[in-house]
Structures are given as structure tokens and as C-alpha cells.
Design a protein around this ligand. Structure first.
Ligand code: L4W
Ligand code: ZN
Length: 262
């Protein structure tokens, strides 16, 4: 019987990951459920800050399991600092987790709420040399988690749908994805919960300082339908820069195409 690759089915799902990835049985495994009444305020924690270079965005990959945007992390070009972090962590990639319907999909659960999707911005601590070295360290990786919900008043940047980008429609393809600053995906509030945890997928290393943003961002469900070009973009109330508009359109289109039933 061929070695089954890990997944989310009954024969290769999270309950069986430990057979090939023993760390999955660790005591700092992610995701977790967060009950805001049990959360302790830590007054020593300040605000976190992201300073991203839009030029660091390189490619967008659709590997059939998630869509991932990869960034140049060969130097301190796009970094996350502050909050629970004592050093600057380099942005390496961002990806999404979603479900088969809008009522579930996020990995972390907040006060019993499962969001439609969860976006992860993955950063690593350059003091450990490279990503492979960082994932062996408890302070090696920092992930900002943003919850996505289907709402009626989506962020203006998410409001438009760009014409289809053919070369990333087929799974497994990688396409250039440049001039993209992912910080425009952040919600208004920078409020966050933080805890020490792990990769939510194999190899399940317990190397992650999680920074989960309390405020979800919204995407509207109707846009998934009219992904044709006949959608006439309205002039937004608070116009975003042309660059931002373009970035969001590209990313939003990709989001819509890859998140079924969104
Ligand atoms: C040996 C290479 C390890 C690749 C695994 O990388 C990951 C896995 C999970 C996450 S997540 N969902 O916890 O953000 C981030 C990065
Ligand atoms: Zn993830």
C-alpha cells in the first residue's frame, strides 16, 4: 500500500499525522481554540509592526491544496517586528486555509466561531541562518493570522474583481506576482492574541510565535459569481492608490477563484 501523503481525509488526516510526524503529538500544537474570557492581558506586549517592500513579492503558486504567494527573503526586505517579537522576522510566504463552505475553513476557532478562511503570513528569524534552521527553534518563525469572513461591506480594496488571469487558473502553476504589499490585507485594528505554537500542518514543528488578529477582514460572497468582466467598478468612497487597487484586484481575483463557494 503506497505511503499516503498527509491530508485531511479519514485515512491521512490530523489524527494520523503523528504516525509520520511525531511532533504532531506535542504539547504546543496549533491550531487551538481561543476563548476570549480565558485570555490574559499582558501589559508588557506592545504593538506589532510590518514594514513590507512591495517589490519583494515574487510569485503566486496554486498547489491544489492552497494558494501561496512567495517573497524574496534573502535579506531584511519585508520584516515584521514588535508585539511579542524581540527581533525582526523576514516575510517568506503567505497562504490561505479554507473549507468547502463559508461556515467553516479557518484553523483557529475564536469563541466557538469558525471563519470562512484564515490567511497566514509566515516570517522567520534570520538569526537562525535560514528557514530550515529557523523551524528547529522555538523562536524561529512568526505567523500573522488574519480571519476572513463573508460580509456585506467588504474592504474597498476587495470590492473589485480583475479580469481573469489565465496563467494561474490551472493548479500546480506558478506565476509572477509582483508589486504586492500584503499589509493592505490587514484589518483596521491591530489588536491581536499571541501564543507559542506550531505549524498547523506537518512537520508540525513547535517553532511559531502566533499573532492572531482579532478583527476579521471581509470579502463579499456575490463577487464569486460575477467573476466576469462585466462588473463595473464603482468609484470607492476612500479611493486607494492605483497600485494598491491593482494589487488587491489581482489578489482578490485569485482569492475568489481559489475559495470555492466564497
Ligand atoms: C520542511 C519545510 C517546512 C514547510 C512547512 O511550512 C509551513 C507549514 C505550516 C505553516 S502554517 N499553516 O502553520 O502557517 C507555515 C509553514
Ligand atoms: Zn497556514
Amino acid at each position: 500500500m503506497a505511503q499516503s501523503v498527509w491530508g485531511y481525509d479519514s485515512d491521512n488526516g490530523p489524527e494520523r499525522w503523528h504516525e509520520n510526524y511525531p511532533l504532531a503529538k506535542g504539547d504546543k500544537q496549533s491550531p487551538i481554540e481561543i476563548n476570549s474570557k480565558d485570555v490574559r492581558h499582558d501589559s508588557s506586549l506592545g504593538a506589532w509592526h510590518a514594514s513590507y517592500d512591495p517589490g519583494a513579492a515574487k510569485t503566486i503558486l496554486n498547489n491544489g491544496r492552497t494558494c501561496r504567494v512567495v517573497f524574496d527573503d534573502t535579506f531584511d526586505r519585508s520584516v515584521l517586528r514588535g508585539g511579542p517579537l524581540t527581533e525582526a522576522y523576514r516575510l517568506r510566504q503567505l497562504h490561505l486555509h479554507w473549507g468547502s463552505s463559508d461556515d467553516h475553513g479557518s484553523e483557529h476557532v475564536i469563541d466557538g466561531v469558525k471563519y470562512a478562511a484564515e490567511l497566514h503570513m509566515v516570517h522567520w528569524n534570520p538569526k537562525h541562518g535560514n528557514f530550515a534552521g529557523a523551524l528547529k527553534q522555538p523562536d524561529g518563525v512568526a505567523v500573522v493570522g488574519i480571519f476572513l469572513k463573508v460580509g456585506q461591506n467588504p474592504k474597498p480594496e476587495m470590492k473589485r474583481i480583475l479580469e481573469e488571469i489565465d496563467n494561474i487558473k490551472t493548479k500546480g502553476k506558478e506565476a509572477p506576482f509582483q508589486h504586492f504589499d500584503p499589509s493592505i490585507l490587514f484589518p483596521k485594528s491591530r489588536d491581536y492574541w499571541t501564543y507559542h505554537g506550531s505549524f498547523t500542518t506537518p512537520p508540525c514543528e513547535e517553532c511559531i510565535t502566533w499573532i492572531l488578529l482579532r478583527e476579521p477582514i471581509e470579502v463579499s460572497s456575490d463577487q464569486a459569481e460575477n467573476s466576469t468582466a462585466d462588473f463595473i467598478p464603482k468609484v470607492p468612497k476612500n479611493p486607494v492608490t492605483r497600485e494598491e487597487e491593482l494589487q488587491m484586484k489581482i489578489f482578490h481575483w485569485y482569492l475568489m477563484k481559489e475559495l470555492p463557494n466564497f
